[in-house]
Write a protein that binds this ligand. Sequence first.
Ligand code: ZN
Ligand code: ZN
Length: 162
Amino acid sequence: MDMTYHDYDVPQDLQFKTADIIRLGGLECSAKLSPAYFEDVFQLPNKITQVAVSLSFSVANKEILVRGTISGEREVQCARCLTMSKQLFAEEFLETYSTKTEIIDIMYLVRQTLALTEDIRFLCKPECKGLCPMCGQNLNEAACGCKPENLSPFAKLKGKFK
Ligand SMILES: [Zn+2]
Ligand SMILES: [Zn+2]
């Protein structure tokens, strides 16, 4: 049977003592986290701007089952035009630990979950025109004067073997 302790003081680094969870007979809790913990989880300039976690620990036999939801807001970069857009997200995870584990490292799980959901092919809109490869102009905002013939693969090859 799970018990709910909403006043449980969730550690900001999300390192839970297994002994505490066993003593409480399970735990349900949630916390808002500092985005600073997640500055390095993404490869692209993508970043987390708001993040909260809600957790449910249940103790059964020799195992602790953890179900979690991470939700918040992130800024993601368009793969074509490189502009940043805000996006809401919600991800779930599930993990079991032995009751012999001393510390349950939820931070690791949260970071892993977030890293795995990075979309490196994200587009600000399906028809995004991207940047001009010659002058860097964002073609969604304005056309540039570059001549399209200079962009043909043949023209590029010609330049290479000059
Ligand atoms: Zn775009
Ligand atoms: Zn251009």
